[in-house]
Design a protein around this ligand. Structure first.
Ligand SMILES: [Zn+2]
Ligand SMILES: [Zn+2]
Length: 190
């Protein structure tokens, strides 16, 4: 059974199991669509902020912290808050979710960006469980480098960087670290 997104508030008042399942399906559709739109818009918005003029006058404020911590996730020039905030809002604006879905979306979005800036790779970090999820390790690399060589522009999931080859430096560093760890293990065996 299919319903328009605009009928969701009405449907959620029903006690029918069938309608409840439809609510869950529509909720899932709105969340997944919003994540995909966020990934695309945020990547290009962020990459544009790394052009010379915009970096100097706007995005450099956020990059004052080369080793960020949670609160710095929201530390940025007001123009950047408006510009990249658009990436978070455009998904719900297009999919028209239920108000509760919108609250959950905004909450998860803030938690995601705080975790990405926290500076710790915890055992419970989503990047340990979800393939292509960015997280703190991925975004730390972005903050550590000069604006011209940054890369790692993605927000939640990292496939946009992989598609456009802007995570090459990060992947090389990861491979180098893995090789070093394996070398150390081999040396300890002998
Ligand atoms: Zn940046
Ligand atoms: Zn950042």
């Amino acid at each position: 059974m299919h319903y328009s997104l605009n009928t969701l508030p009405l449907l959620c008042q029903s006690t029918s199991g069938d309608l409840f399942i439809s609510c869950v399906q529509i909720y899932g559709h709105a969340e997944y669509s919003s994540v995909a739109i966020l990934d695309f818009v945020f990547y290009w918005g962020h990459r544009i902020l790394h052009t010379k003029w915009l970096y100097k006058h706007v995005h450099s404020v956020h990059h004052e912290y080369a080793t960020p911590f949670g609160l710095t996730s929201e530390y940025a020039h007001p123009a950047e808050i408006l510009f990249l905030g658009f990436a978070t809002i455009i998904g719900p604006a297009v999919t028209g979710p239920h108000l509760v879905t919108l609250w959950l979306w905004m909450t998860l979005r803030v938690l995601e960006t705080v975790e990405a800036h926290c500076g710790y790779h915890f055992p419970w970090s989503p990047s340990n469980f979800f393939p292509l999820y960015g997280g703190s390790d991925f975004h730390d690399y972005h903050h550590r480098l000069l604006y011209t060589k940054s890369g790692n522009y993605s927000s939640t999931f990292t496939y946009m960087d992989w598609i456009f080859g802007t995570d090459i430096g990060y992947r090389k560093l990861k491979a180098l670290k893995r090789a070093t760890v394996e070398d150390n293990i081999e040396q300890k065996k002998h």
